[in-house]
Design a protein around this ligand. Structure first.
Ligand SMILES: *[C@@H]1O[C@H](CO)[C@@H](O)[C@H](O)[C@H]1NC(C)=O
Length: 249
């Protein structure tokens, strides 16, 4: 009997250790949709998932993942096999993305454990904007950047597309707007990039935007929450509100 229970204890201990090591080897991203419309979330890595208002998708990303991103897709329709199209952010017609989304997309970009054992993350409007979003590290010591504004509402006509607002680089493809050629390393803001910067000061508005747009958090100290439409109230708040009002009446 003693041998059996010792064996059982040993197995439980080994299971606990392997679970712990799995946890230590991954960083959790919770992607939540607070928009008043459906967003088809996409991740490289991660794939993709439909998120109705209030729904959350959890993606465990391997430690050390570099050059990665999440974004939202809008106006999608997919068949049972996961093939279809989206009005914005479409990744080759797949529900589960393996390639980047079509511009324009608001990007939540990150690199885990980059230089100096830091995670790097930013919101990029370099290719344009489709859905407002925020990146919140669960480590509250680290900055949580947000792009809450609806840039589509102030998008210059020449950058406007259905459901989004392209960057000047994406539309005109010039060295100046894309910071190429003679503009490498000397690429000032333009009236177009300022439209994006004024709406979302914490986001990259063009390729050479200054360092105010990149954020760091000690690697291994945090998970992340990405919220689409962060200025929308969390649905449960609505219910609490209704409950209190009913009680008063
Ligand atoms: C980050 O990378 C270094 C090696 O460059 C490694 O020693 C360290 O354990 C890593 N930290 C995390 C949290 O993965």
């Amino acid at each position: 009997m003693a041998t059996v229970s010792n064996l059982a204890l040993l197995l439980v201990a080994r299971l606990a250790i392997s679970l712990y090591m799995q946890e230590a080897g991954a960083v959790k991203f919770d992607i939540r949709n607070q928009c008043g419309y459906t967003v088809w979330a996409a991740g490289l890595p991660g794939g993709g998932q439909q998120l109705n208002q209030g729904q959350t998708w959890t993606v465990n990303v391997p430690a050390g993942t570099k050059g990665a991103r999440f974004w939202g897709r809008t106006g999608c329709s997919f068949d049972a096999s996961g093939r279809g199209t989206c009005q914005t952010g479409d990744c080759g017609g797949q529900l589960s993305c393996t390639v980047s989304g079509a511009v324009p997309t608001t990007l939540a970009e990150y690199t885990l454990n980059g230089s100096s054992n830091q995670d790097f993350y930013d919101i990029s409007l370099v290719n344009g904007f489709n859905v407002p979003l925020s990146i919140t590290p669960t480590n509250t010591q680290c900055t949580a950047p947000a792009c809450k504004a609806d840039v589509n509402a102030v998008c210059p006509t020449e950058l406007k597309v259905d459901g989004g607002c392209k960057s000047a680089c994406a539309v005109f493809q010039t060295d100046q707007y894309c910071c190429r050629g003679t503009y490498v390393g000397n690429c000032p803001a333009t009236t177009y990039s300022m439209v994006f910067k004024n709406q979302c000061p914490q986001a990259y508005s063009y390729a050479n935007d200054d360092d105010s747009s990149t954020f760091v958090c000690p690697s291994g100290s945090t998970d992340y929450v990405i919220v689409f439409c962060p200025s929308q109230p969390i649905p449960t708040h609505k219910y609490i509100h209704v409950y209190i009002r009913l009680n008063v009446e």
